[in-house]
Design a protein around this ligand. Structure first.
Ligand SMILES: *Cc1c(COP(=O)(O)O)cnc(C)c1O
Length: 363
């Protein structure tokens, strides 16, 4: 049969498009708590470097992002050749799927895993395989039980968005040792800097000591540079070689490179961002629990909040009420959690305002 108009590859029309956090609501002042963005802005040094880059916009950037990879390598004690930069870690996740998945292949992610994974998997005609979680936490045995001869990639966000939970490094290692050597384990550590637990590791050691692990990181969260679209992957050299072949030759802009170099050395800013989260994450969790809401314990810069099972206090009603009052949060319907909302830790003013608003809603 000849189609009457151009048709995309098989699988593309099965994709549920990613729905980003809304950025508007009613009210004189809108607090956007829907996309896990930085409540304390960005590093002043990064902003200055970005502005300075405006003087040479006619020039292509360094396609190898050498300065940026050197700066990241220096900060974490890695080899620059093992780092590949992307326009956000989203681009890197897409490139990994693009390079390693063919139609008929399978890739596994966990039940409440980040929704970019199924999009990346289906974009390449591969089959997404979902491993159930227990108490909103990825379950190593459930993931391993779903590995078949067709499995090519396991995606694990650690900590995970939108649940905020994390697997201790011992569990990540157990997952890795249970995987066949030809399966890539992608550790998405977008929230690594927020975690204050001794049993957590982002995955650097595992990448360095194996041939099938990639760790991705982002500038969008703790560094507060989401607008620039900047992320990086630390990978075995054979994987870096593959990603460098498939990425766009100038995938990172010059202003993003400049800001990324400045931000990674601004330790004072990162410490301020961590301190803010350490103060307000427990506060927010405690206040929402005190309102009778069920809060999944989080180590990220957001909380997943579950609403009562009655109609008046349903998450959808709460979302509508919050929006009326200028608070934009994230609905979780796309994750199969229609009665939950994900709320980003905001400024002191936003946090207090949000809790007061939910209190009014519930009483
Ligand atoms: C925010 C986030 C990212 C980062 O995306 P960018 O493209 O770097 O902005 C990656 N993974 C998870 C789980 C996230 O929540």
């Amino acid at each position: 049969m000849t189609a009457s108009r151009p048709q995309p590859k098989p699988g593309i029309l099965d994709i549920a498009a990613y729905v980003p956090g809304k950025s508007t609501a009613k009210g004189a002042k809108v607090h956007k708590l829907s996309s896990n963005e930085s409540p304390i802005g960005s590093s002043q040094k990064a902003i200055e470097a970005y502005r300075a880059a405006a003087g040479a916009l006619e020039l292509y950037p360094d396609g190898a992002a050498t300065q940026l990879r050197n700066a990241i390598a220096g900060r974490f004690g890695l080899k620059p050749e093992s780092i590949v930069c992307g326009a956000g870690s989203d681009e890197l996740l897409q490139l990994i799927a693009h390079a390693y998945l063919s139609p008929g292949d399978e890739a596994i992610y966990s039940q409440y895993g980040f929704l970019v994974y199924p999009i990346a998997i289906q974009s390449n005609g591969a089959t997404p395989v979902v491993a159930p979680e227990i108490d909103f936490l990825a379950h190593v045995d459930a993931i391993l039980a779903r590995v078949t001869a067709r499995t090519k990639i396991v995606f694990l966000a650690n900590p995970n968005n939108p649940t905020g939970r994390y697997l201790p490094f011992s569990e990540v290692k157990r997952l890795h040792s249970g995987l066949p050597a030809n399966v890539l384990l992608v550790l998405d550590a977008a929230y690594a800097e927020y975690v204050r637990h001794n049993d957590y590791e982002a995955g650097i050691e595992l990448v360095a000591t194996s041939d099938n692990v990639i760790m991705t990181r982002t500038y969008s969260k703790i560094f507060g540079l989401a607008a620039l679209r900047l992320g990086w992957a630390y990978c075995p050299s054979h994987v870096a070689d593959v990603l460098n072949r498939v990425r766009g030759p100038f995938n990172i802009s010059a202003p993003a490179i400049a800001a990324g170099v400045a931000a990674i050395s601004d330790q004072e800013f990162v410490e301020r961002a961590v301190a803010h989260n350490e103060q307000w994450l427990p506060w927010m969790s405690g206040e929402l629990s005190a309102l009778g809401l069920d809060v999944t314990p989080s180590v990220g810069n957001f909380v997943l909040v579950h609403f009562p099972a009655n109609e008046t206090h349903h998450a959808h009603a709460a979302d509508a009420f919050l929006q009326e009052h200028g608070f934009v949060v994230r609905r979780m319907d796309a994750y199969g959690l229609p009665n939950a909302l994900r709320i980003t830790i905001g400024t002191e003013e936003a946090n207090h305002g949000l809790v007061a608003c939910l209190k009014a809603f519930l009483t």
